[in-house]
Each structure stands twice: as C-alpha cells, then as structure tokens.
Design a protein around this ligand. Sequence first.
Ligand code: PGA
Ligand code: ZN
Length: 455
Amino acid sequence: MSGACLPERYAKDCHAVECPIGIRKWNEMNTTIQKIHAREILDSRGNPTVEVDILLNDGTRARAAVPTGASTGIHEAVELRDRDPKRFGGKGVLTAVANVNTIIAPALIGLDASEQELIDRMMIRFDGTSNKARLGANAILGVSMAVARATASSRHMPLYEYLSDDHQYLLPVPMMNVLNGGVHAQWQGADFQEYMIAPFGAPDFRTALQWGAETYHALQEILKKKNYPTAIGDEGGFAPKVVSNEEPLELITRAIEHAGYRPGTDIGISLDPASSGFCHDGRYELKREGKTLLPAELTAYYRRLVDTYPIISIEDGLAEDDWAGWKLLTKELGTRIELIGDDIFVTSPELVKRGISEKAANSVLIKLNQIGTVTETIATIDLAKSAGWGVNVSHRSGETIDSFISDFTVATSAGKLKTGATCRGERVEKYNQLMRIEEELGSRAVYAGRKAFVR
Ligand code: PGA
Ligand code: ZN
C-alpha cells in the first residue's frame, strides 16, 4: 500500500506504519494522535450528548462537546440516539460514544491531528452513508472538533488563529434571541420561534454585547409592567404568552428605545419563525392569531412586518421543502433584508448550491452538527460567500459550555453569530469567548457591523 492519501511532505520525516484501510500512520510528530475517548455528558436541557477527549504525542489534551437541536431539519445529518426507552427516554448516546471509542479511535490513532481534512474525509468514508447514519454525526463531529482544538493547542495557537486561512479576523454581530416562542417555549407563546436583536451599529463587539444585554433587561422591565412572566425559554430569551406574533416586535422595539438606542440604526431585529414547525400540507398555521396562510399570504404578512419594524433578517420564513415559497419570498423581500435558510439547507453544500442556482434565499445558517465535520462546514461557508450570500453561524437550542463556534465564527469571517440571549451560562460563554478574542486581537479585531448583512 502506498499511503498516497497523505501529503508527500510527511513521507520522509516519519516512521510510517500501515493501517487497515491503507492510509499511513505517523508516529513521531507532536500532533500525532495517541488517544481518543468519548463519553456521554448532559446538554443544557438535561439530555445526553457526546463529549470527546483527545491526547496527542506531545501531551496536549483537548476536549469538544456536540450540541443538539430541538427544531431539527429533516435533511440534517443523523444524530445517533440509542432509542433505549429505559435510558433518558430513548435519548441516550451510548451507541455514538461506542462508535468513537471502538471504530473511529482505533483508526485515527497514529495519524497527524493537523490533517483535519484527511481525518474528516476518513470518518466520512468509515461511515459510508450520505447522512452519517451509521456512525452518527454526533460521534463524527465530536472527534472533528477535538482534533482541531488539539492541534491549535499543540501549536500554542488560539483556535481562531489555527482555523483561519487568511488571518483576517472578523468579530461577529451577536444575534441575541431575547424572546423565545415555538417549540423552544413549548408552543405556549408566539408561533415564531426566535426574536433576535442585532446591535450592528456598535463600534465593536464588546459594546454590541453591552447594548444587547441592556436591551434584554429593558425588555424584562417592559414584560414585568405588562404582568407577563419573565421565565425564560431554551435559549435564554423570555417566553411570555403574547397575544400575537407581532406583539414581541412592538415590545422589543420599545425595549431598544428604553435602553437608549435607535431601532434600525443602532440595533435591528431578526426573526426566526422556524416555520417548518407550523407548516402542515403546504399551509402555515399561526395558532396565536387563529390564521392559516398560504406561502404567498405568509410572504405578504412578512412584508408588512418588514415595513413596520426594523427587521434586518428573517430565517426560515418558509418551510424546509417549500422551495417555491422560498423563491417567491426572495423575489419579494430579497433586496431589502437577509433571508436565511436553516432547515432548507441544513449546512449542506449540495442544498446551498441548489439554493444559489434557484435564487431561493440570499443567506445561510451554519450549524456544524447539521453536516457533521469541520471541513464540510467550512466548504459550505466558502460556497455561500462565493455567491455573495450572507453567513450566520449558530448554536443549537441544546448546548454545552463548549465555545468552539465563537472561534470558528471569527476564523471564517462569517460576520454573525446567533447564540441566544445574554442569559444562561452555555449561551453567555460563547459571547464571553468573543470578548476574550477581541481583547487578544487588539487593533487587529474588526467588528462586522451592518456590512455583515446582505441586502
Ligand atoms: P434548534 O433550533 O437548535 O432547536 O434546532 C435552532 C434554530 O432553528 O435555528
Ligand atoms: Zn432556525
């Protein structure tokens, strides 16, 4: 066997051994993988998820944890769950953990962790399915992220620097989900899942976060005065039983003003209706308002909202398989605001390619666990950028304290990161990591601001 999959440059320096699938392994580099170990941990909703530890030859240890969604797209890569009703209501991830420990780890031990793309492609090959159904995207992604973090750490580099190919660092506009509805509020409040504030007018990330946190607290006061409960949903936003899907927009606009900022100039609003969740047989059911709308009617509804409120983007305005509806929405509103595809594209390069050629959106949501490897996620971002599309990196509603996405967003110059309200440790940690990165970069840090939004 030739080991032709590995770059020639290593061939002379290393003592190679053959591995069963014909790829050479390297035993004497600092970044050679010595050990990989996965375990089951809990996410922010108390459901199991996968955490992966890795040890390199030079003693470097690194760890990564995989997030999990609740309003998942049907075309996402498979998150492997045990379906054993006796454990965690079937949500255990011991099978995915065993896949890391008994299939992925033995095959990767001895390989160079700095060969991110090679390692990701090998895992895709071991899996052998088109949607990572055999090993699980949760198993594969945990390893993929841990490998990146370990290499960065072995090279004494911050993760954002290691992941960047051009060393241009863009601090994202924080897309802060201050009011939760839909499935994230157990369908007790608004039909729309997320109402986000985007402080794009701030001079830097730290100030943007401050403006967002102040607006969040102003909203809390407004809700209290209205006798709405200020209990929070899965992503840290308030989850009141509002009277309509429009009411949160009024409340948030007022909150921006109460906090001392100008709606639409300093802070914009972004919506994620997550409409696949209320689409049945091609019709959109707004329970809060007792209405059932066709795609064209829902588009008109959005148009009125965009005319009335400082809305800068709408994510998943239409459902994951409603391509005709998406094209209409893009035709109607695509020159005014960013139209972000989450469930429709599921971070897949093939689906984004189709979206670009059919003009079905002008922006993409990026979730590492929708596709399952760091390499494929970067490819989707590159593709979207090459078409002039907007890029929005995102957390999942089930999170851990892992802040990989903060470094990843800066490294890829995505320009926007949505990771919940300034509330709940697992959300705030991502924002805090961005403040650390901004501080470390000093004058090299550029805040994305309004330019990050496609219009
Ligand atoms: P999820 O939702 O993480 O619960 O799937 C987030 C989103 O729809 O953007
Ligand atoms: Zn979404």
